[in-house]
Design a protein around this ligand. Structure first.
Ligand code: PEP
Ligand code: MN
Length: 380
């Protein structure tokens, strides 16, 4: 039998070997409990649960459906949104719903605290672990107030990255908590507000958690894929990508009925879809060639993005020059200026070790586009 160029009879052996190999690929990740993970056992930490605690029923249904598949149950209690008119979290009453749901499946529970009062109420209710949100980490006043409130408290603390892509603000927050005596601190990478976050809600900027890892190799880092993606369809690929960068685990939002969730409906998964996501992940070996290649590729992605932003800026300035020339009746093409631009760029290229021929070709294209843009310029 022959299908296009593939001769089955001749290649049957190869075909069988590849198929078996494909089916036997190491799929799915091993989810382990917090103490084992802390002790350095093989496996991943998964913090799963809804964006917001909404009711006792919702928490019990979530916990029940996640039994055996999560390490920690999460749920937001205080949820001030960007604008004050929407649901802002159930508040203190929800703490017992969260704690009871976690106890029912024998996993610790975690919530976000943003003030000293939150810390007091959460500890009082028996919450086992806390996380500090991205909007709090941007403000060292708030971080210090929380560190003071946690002084002498022995509790695992997870610190999200600040919304702005500032590694020192992230590290600074971690250091403030450590200075207050907290010995069990974990970093959460949840993406950054960026000039070009598309297609994500928060740009992953993988180089930043990688840099944090280089600065603090002792620190465990997990990836909050939900707040990076902002939508369900990007979750699987983003979770896989984060494995390439050696994440130690995930935070992920799960709701029994995501479309009806009171916050972050677009990014939450049903418990079943969450289990599918876990089983479709392919773990990678730490420090493997794939991981190293991925780090380098991520650097290329960032440099390309910077190149594109620089090009766009150049075109905008070129359009402004076009307007100016039009208003003052100046010809678009000024040959002497162009010769001067090109020779200075070529000299610079040579000086910094770039191939002048390649640079000439790039600038010829840029110049052509600029001229076309200027010729099309309309007076406002
Ligand atoms: C959350 O985890 O529900 C949350 C508000 O996250 P972030 O602080 O990352 O926005
Ligand atoms: Mn959320």
């Amino acid at each position: 039998m022959k299908v296009k160029n593939f001769d089955f009879q001749k290649n049957i052996g190869k075909f069988v070997v590849y198929t078996v190999f494909f089916l036997m690929r190491d799929r799915g990740i091993k989810v382990i409990d917090y103490p084992s993970w802390r002790a350095g056992e093989q496996g991943f930490l998964v913090v799963g649960g809804p964006c917001s605690v909404e009711s006792a029923e919702q928490m019990n249904a979530t916990a029940d459906a996640l039994r055996g598949n999560i390490s920690i149950l999460r749920g937001g209690i205080w949820k001030p949104r960007t604008r004050p008119s929407s649901f802002e979290g159930v508040g203190e009453i929800g703490l017992s719903w969260l704690v009871d749901a976690g106890r029912s499946i024998n996993v610790p529970v975690m919530t976000e605290v943003a003030t000293a009062e939150h810390v007091e109420q959460a500890l009082q209710a028996g919450v086992d672990m806390l996380w500090i949100g991205a909007r709090t980490v941007v403000n060292p006043f708030s971080v210090q107030a929380l560190a003071d409130a946690l002084q002498g408290v022995e509790i695992p603390l997870f610190v999200k990255n600040p919304v702005s892509p500032d590694i020192h603000l992230w590290l600074g927050a971690i250091e403030r908590f450590e200075a207050a005596g907290l010995t069990d601190v974990v970093a959460i990478h949840r993406g950054f507000q960026d000039v070009a976050p598309q297609p994500y809600r928060n740009a992953p900027r993988w180089e930043l958690p990688i840099e944090l890892h280089h600065l603090r190799p002792d620190l465990k880092i997990i990836t909050d894929v939900s707040h990076i993606c902002g939508c369900r369809k990007l979750l699987q690929a983003t979770a896989q990508r984060s494995l390439e960068f050696a994440t130690d685990g995930f935070m992920i939002e799960i709701h029994p009925n995501p479309d009806a969730a009171l916050t972050d409906a677009a990014q939450q998964l049903t418990p079943n879809d969450f289990k599918k996501l876990l089983s479709n992940l392919t773990p990678l070996k730490r420090g493997s060639k794939e991981q190293q290649l991925s780090e380098l590729r991520s650097e290329i992605d960032n440099v390309d993005s910077e190149l594109l932003h620089c090009l766009r800026k150049r075109m905008e300035i070129s359009s402004q020059i076009g307007q100016f020339k039009k208003e003052h009746d100046i010809a678009v093409l000024q040959m002497s200026r162009w010769e001067q631009v090109l020779s200075s760029r070529l000299a610079q290229a040579e000086k910094i070790g770039l191939n002048p021929q390649m640079v000439k070709e790039i600038f010829d294209l840029i110049h052509k586009e600029s001229i076309e843009k200027q010729l099309k310029t309309e007076l406002p």
